[in-house]
Design a protein around this ligand. Structure first.
Ligand code: FES
Ligand SMILES: [Fe+2]
Length: 333
């Protein structure tokens, strides 16, 4: 189950080109993403209201998406503009309406609103500390639920084991903290790791977070960023596909004293490494049962798991609070 009434980053903007509809599964639904010849984006249910063929198999004509079956044309707002068999002069029945999802483009991604439509929407969530950085992005499809992928990214004690040949080779098994905060749908984690030299781990309250930047920042519902250094950040956008499936967009953000083109090249190179690191996580995370993470599924947490427990608790609260709200309109999904 997804947290409703939120913006989800689901695709990179560059994945949808002008005049070429793209049909993909996202947010548990078959969606068609298409642009008219001005580049204006529209996101719809990938199903023609006439006789259910996939609109994504059609093409863009006259600023509309044309169904491949009988040539009905639909504008970006979902209204039918032409029924060829009835003729251009005929009145178009209102019932021929495609289901449209509210969408926006920002920060290189396409954002789709999952939930009830509204008069006004909240702003798109993003990370404020990425200004001035250049980035490169790659994507990886995972047979893993969004919840398990997020847990893996909030897991601060697996590095010496899962990543023993890469980012965990220093064998810093002891976890100091983590000091964790949750405010306004933003989960922040301060953590350090060190070799186990027989001393107890530093307690969360002893970590000096106050004005320092958090090591990990997670923005509900699907954005994660890691602070590697002043000049290096990693961002993962976890796009929900179906229950048990997601696509991870891996981004390297660099701020180097180099021309942007070279910085982006460096970011592309570091993505190759990041993708390898992610491939180390995959078999372990895919093996977890049940597929969808939640509290009360019999998992026994240790202090290092505090960010995971907080994520699951807040996710549950948001889902339950949304269900408690009166429903004035039909939800989209
Ligand atoms: S099924 Fe789309 S026009 Fe007939
Ligand atoms: Fe990992």
């Amino acid at each position: 189950m997804l947290i409703p009434d939120r913006w989800y980053a689901v695709l990179e903007s560059r994945e949808v080109s002008k005049g070429k509809p793209l049909g993909v599964r996202r947010l548990g639904a078959s969606l068609v993403f298409w642009r008219d010849h001005n580049g204006q984006l529209s996101v719809m249910t990938d199903r023609c209201p006439h006789r259910s063929s996939q609109l994504s198999l059609g093409r863009v004509v006259n600023g509309c998406i044309q169904c491949p079956f009988h040539g009905f044309e639909f504008a970006g707002d979902g209204t039918c503009q032409l029924v060829p068999a009835n003729g251009r002069a005929a009145k178009i029945p209102k019932i021929l309406q495609c289901e449209v999802y509210p969408s926006q483009e920002a920060y290189g991604f396409i954002w789709v609103w999952y939930g009830e439509t509204r008069e006004a929407y909240p702003p798109i969530p993003w990370f404020v500390d990425l200004e001035g950085f250049d980035c490169a992005t790659i994507r990886k499809a995972w047979d893993v639920d969004l919840t398990r992928a997020v847990e893996g990214l909030l897991d601060v004690s697996h590095l010496p084991f899962v990543h023993s040949r890469t980012i965990g080779r220093d064998q810093l098994t002891l976890v100091n903290g983590p000091y964790t905060t949750l405010e306004d749908d933003i989960l922040k984690v301060w953590v350090t790791n060190q070799p186990d030299e027989g001393l107890p781990a530093v307690k969360p309250s002893q970590l000096p977070p106050a004005d320092s930047e958090p090591t990990i920042e997670f923005r509900f519902p699907n954005l994660w960023r890691l602070r590697i250094s002043d000049r290096v950040r990693a961002v993962n956008v976890i796009a929900p596909v179906d229950e048990g499936q997601c696509v991870i967009y891996l981004q390297s953000y660099l701020k180097l004293p180099l021309p942007p083109v070279l910085t982006r090249l460096m970011a592309r190179i570091s993505n190759v490494f990041n993708r390898y690191v992610l491939s180390e996580d995959y078999p372990v995370i895919r093996s977890q049962t049940p597929k969808v993470a939640d509290l009360d599924i019999g998992e026994r947490y240790i202090p290092a798991d505090r960010p995971i427990a907080l994520y699951l608790q807040h996710r549950r609260d948001l889902i339950e609070n949304a269900n408690a709200l009166p429903r004035t309109a039909q939800t989209l999904l």
